[in-house]
Design a protein around this ligand. Structure first.
Ligand code: SAH
Length: 260
């Protein structure tokens, strides 16, 4: 198997554990003293800028309180280049290197809110284990870590994976597990997942994703539709099988196979 940094399983969730070999993004080295990092390049107060972003998201229809809180807490500007930090809280996608992009906040919120609608997450249960395909800069993984019990995030580009690990480390998110691997294969060690979310879109859903989805779980992914354009797909696994819904058009980077 060409995976690296595989977390042990069951994953460690001890909040007090400072560092482990489990691949938690907060693991391995002591966190720098800048655990609460200064707001580089976003004016005087990044919390206020974030609060305005959250107000915009709420006005646009995002209703989940835990999700809005999470997006109000995660310092999005620390996941993009310093030169772009002043745009981090605008409703825009941004380049994150190697030809990839971070989605605009509204799309991140939309997809996570869909994920939170998984049947198994209802009635106060919340999201259990979540698989993210396409770690990218690590921003979405950080948001997910605040609304799910465990986050397994797979990235196929080694340099991107390494940088996401560096950016997540100071946030000390013990429930985020970064994996270098081909996310088209899912990540069997963490399965079954109550949620699977893809940040890159292919022609079809890789079969491994549906196989690794728990009954009651939900998959949210961009897929190329019949008209050749990408649209969001939501797949629920029920005791009887799978149901599929195709939603609005989206623009995600292509899903590619193998590690590079
Ligand atoms: N959620 C990310 C968005 C990343 S962009 C964020 O918050 O930044 C999509 C990412 O998917 C890219 O980094 C790309 O390298 C990655 N990707 C594409 N195909 C993949 C695959 N098969 N497995 C894992 N990652 C993949």
């Amino acid at each position: 198997m060409n995976m690296q940094r595989r977390p042990g399983f069951p994953a460690q969730v001890d909040a007090g554990r400072p560092a482990s070999r489990q691949g938690g993004a907060g693991a391995a080295r002591p966190a720098p003293s800048a655990a609460v990092a200064p707001a580089r390049g976003v004016g005087l107060d990044s919390a206020a800028v974030r609060a305005r972003m959250v107000q915009r998201l709420a006005a646009a229809g995002v209703a989940d309180a835990a999700l809005l809180r999470a997006m109000g807490e995660v310092p999005r500007h620390l996941f993009v280049d310093t030169a772009l930090a002043n745009q981090a809280y605008e409703e825009t996608s941004l380049p994150i290197g190697w030809g990839q992009t971070i989605s605009k906040p509204g799309v991140v919120a939309r997809m996570i809110e869909l994920l939170l609608g998984a049947p198994c997450a209802q009635g106060g249960a919340g999201l259990g284990r979540v698989l993210e395909v396409g770690t990218g800069c690590g921003y979405q993984a950080a948001v997910l870590s605040r609304v799910a019990r465990e986050v397994y995030s797979v990235e196929r580009l080694r340099a991107m994976h390494d940088r996401a690990r560096d950016r997540l480390r100071p946030l000390r998110l013990a429930n985020v597990h970064l994996i270098l691997g081909d996310g088209m294969l899912g990540f069997a060690d963490g399965a079954p997942y109550s949620g699977i979310i893809a940040a890159a879109g292919g022609e079809q859903l890789p079969p491994a994703w549906c196989q690794q989805l728990a009954v009651g779980g939900r998959l949210v992914a961009p897929v190329v539709a019949a008209d050749g354009r990408q649209a969001l797909q939501v797949v629920d696994r029920t005791p009887q099988g799978f149901t599929r819904e195709i939603l609005e058009a989206v623009h995600f980077v292509p899903l590619k196979s193998g590690i590079a």
